[in-house]
Design a protein around this ligand. Structure first.
Ligand code: ATP
Length: 241
């Protein structure tokens, strides 16, 4: 089975990834992905759900549910057309910890050494980079595009500071000109939404509606994810569903 759902983009255009647990996917991810795809002028951005994360708590919901929710969120519809967002399931097909370095190595085997790879990540994830498995190799395989995120400041950690001194690019577009090795920090319209907060709201019986696509919220209810129970949804929220 091909790990990517749709036809790959034309050679030479960068492969742009946004990795995460997507537990569940929400409008913060989707808006950021769309902004980046448009600002880079690329046709596709790949959402890359991990199966077993290496450096954080394990996801609440099974990888298959998280992939299903991503598919519902990015489905092309006749009124709004294609989103240009696709899902890359390669990490979910592996039954071991999803390390970014291994994912990039597998991608490099597929696309060769010359095509740029741009790994998009929120500033919170970037700040934790020095704890990632074989993190020093990541910039030899791709670029890092760091998104500002409400509530997170750039870490003052010496390793992060040195990395920026050595790798900070001149512009976002510059990341498209070489295969790897650059870092760029991009400001996007802030959306203070997190999957943790959504899971907590659902568990408490509150509605997370409008923080994520309606189709994803419906899926959570049908599958009873994150502690959702029909009877726990507070009367006030239920009346607004
Ligand atoms: P959790 O609350 O469970 O940690 P999350 O909302 O941070 O989840 P992830 O799946 O961990 O979601 O995020 C995937 C990537 O998207 C990470 O690099 C994260 O920093 C980034 N991201 C998530 N939400 C936002 C947001 N609202 N704005 C910008 N970046 C975001």
């Amino acid at each position: 089975m091909r790990p990517v759902d749709q036809k790959a983009s034309v050679p030479a255009s960068p492969v742009v990834l946004l990795g995460g647990t997507f537990d569940p996917i929400h409008s913060g991810h989707l808006r950021a992905a769309l902004e980046i795809r448009e600002r880079l002028g690329v046709e596709e951005l790949r959402l890359l759900p991990c199966h077993i994360p290496g450096h954080r708590n394990q996801p609440d919901s099974h990888a298959q549910h998280r992939v299903n929710m991503i598919r519902l969120a990015i489905e092309c519809d006749s009124q709004n057309g294609k989103t240009g967002l696709i899902v890359d399931t390669r990490e979910c097909e592996q039954h071991h910890i999803s390390y970014t370095v291994n994912t990039l190595l597998s991608l490099r085997e597929e696309i060769g050494q010359r095509r740029p790879i741009i790994v998009t990540l929120g500033m919170d994830s970037f700040n934790s980079l020095p704890q990632w498995h074989r993190w020093e190799e990541i910039l030899t395989l791709g670029h890092l595009l760091v998104l500002q995120r409400p509530g997170t400041e750039l870490s003052q950690n010496a390793v992060i500071r040195e990395l920026l001194q050595q790798h900070l690019s001149e512009s976002l577009k510059e990341l498209k000109e070489t295969a790897s090795g650059g870092i760029w920090i991009e400001e996007i319209p802030p959306l203070s939404i997190s999957a943790t907060n959504i899971r907590q709201q659902v568990a408490k019986g509150h509605s997370p509606r409008y923080l994520l696509p309606d189709a994803v919220w419906s899926y959570i209810k049908v599958q009873q994810l994150y502690g959702y129970q029909t009877q726990t949804l507070s009367t006030k929220s239920r009346n607004t569903e």
